[in-house]
Design a protein around this ligand. Structure first.
Ligand code: AMP
Length: 111
């Protein structure tokens, strides 16, 4: 499958790995938007939450995002989890991913 995040999950494309569990991989974003910017992905190819079903590991995905925040030391100060979905949602890679952003104050609403 010609999906960049699938290739990263299979180890065919290198990444700066932060955390790995049986079903989830977390790695640093190549174009960071905050001092901490980590992407958490399911290893299985799912385009977005709308395609996910019970058993697809969404709980594992969110728990891994929380663990990343803990590891990165941004848990206490606060951080933001973002799932861009679809064209108007700003999704550019069609493989479900949670952005873990922290280390600076976040604005609201997002642009
Ligand atoms: P989104 O726009 O929400 O789909 O987010 C996709 C994110 O993937 C962007 O923040 C990109 O910088 C990031 N990205 C794309 N290719 C790679 C890669 N090979 N390694 C790490 N991050 C990537």
């Amino acid at each position: 499958m010609d999906c960049i995040f699938c290739k990263i999950a299979r180890g065919e494309v290198p990444c700066d790995k932060v955390l790995e569990t049986e079903g989830v991989l977390a790695f640093r974003d190549i174009n960071p938007q905050a001092p901490t910017h980590v992407l958490v992905i399911p290893k299985k190819h799912i385009r977005g939450v709308h395609e996910a079903a019970p058993g697809d590991g969404l709980e594992e995905l969110l728990l891994a995002a929380a663990e990343v925040a803990r590891q990165e030391g941004i848990e206490k100060g606060g951080y933001r989890l973002v799932i861009n979905t679809g064209q108007q949602g700003g999704q550019t890679v069609d493989h479900l991913h949670v952005h873990v952003l922290g280390g600076r104050s976040m604005a609201w609403p997002p642009g």
